[in-house]
Design a protein around this ligand. Sequence first.
Ligand code: FES
Length: 335
Amino acid sequence: MSQITVSPSQTQFAAEDSETILSAAIRQGINLPHSCQSGVCGSCAATVVSGDVVQSAEYDDYVLTEEEIAAGTVLLCCTQARGDVVIEMPSYAGHKALTVRTLPARIADIETRGDMAVLTIALPKAPPFVFHSGQYMEILLKDGSRSYSIANAPHESGTLEFHVRLREGGLFSPQLFDGRLKKGSIIRVRGPLGSFYLNEDGAHKPLLLLATGTGFAPIKSILQHLAHTQPNRRVHIYHGARTAAGLYDEAALQQLLAQLPNARYTPVLSNPDEGWTGATGRITEHILNDYKDLSDYEVYACGSTGMVLDCKTALTTQAKLPTNAYFSDAFTAHV
Ligand code: FES
């Protein structure tokens, strides 16, 4: 057993030899910044100040530069401790971070739309559940767990909405489609988790919100939050899908757009249906066409790893977006 100290918040927790430092933190309700948990997104990068660590899993080469590795930067989702370790992670707010809770929840509604289900759950009334727009929950199952972004805004406390794509043979999603889970069923959830959420300090900046597929869920949460708190903020939403069926929540989005006078919306289809007159191809090309200078913007991207990484590279190298103004949550598919 090792003791992990996170600086500068001075948060401390124990980690087993067999678990990554990130899993140990999450297991104990310490919400260190993370997203993919699989060495793809870089959100869990931290610097080892003292102590020994080992790399326990492969990660994608582009996530850390050679300079970062030489400076002691590691990915906590791919690193185990060997003895007591001090790490530096300035992005972790320590005790100010929200408390992670495990809760029973009652299914209030399941609405299926093709291979998509919009799942709404009701939480216990007290104490109120607090989260940031963009965060996700784990749904706890007998044989594991599945993670889904929350699709509604924090002020609508008491219920949570999730967008679940059917994955044949999957651990959770088929139960929403075949009647094993229905209105009134009780499930267990854990959260809020994840460091992808609207940065309230950058409140004056215009926003680009990018999504592919069900990556629209946290973007919807952010839009609802903006409609509630800053309806006049400038925002441009790009939603990429293969066909029009992938734009599965258009009615709710149109309602939100009606409450956001400075919002623009560009749906982009990669495999457009006959008669589609909107944008086609990849969302990256359209953003670069629409914006040459994003130096004063913040960008939030959620969806496929390909889109999240493409947009980061393209917007920071070709459209002057500062690297620290790009926030992302890359989905890795689980059955
Ligand atoms: S790289 Fe560790 S959480 Fe994504």
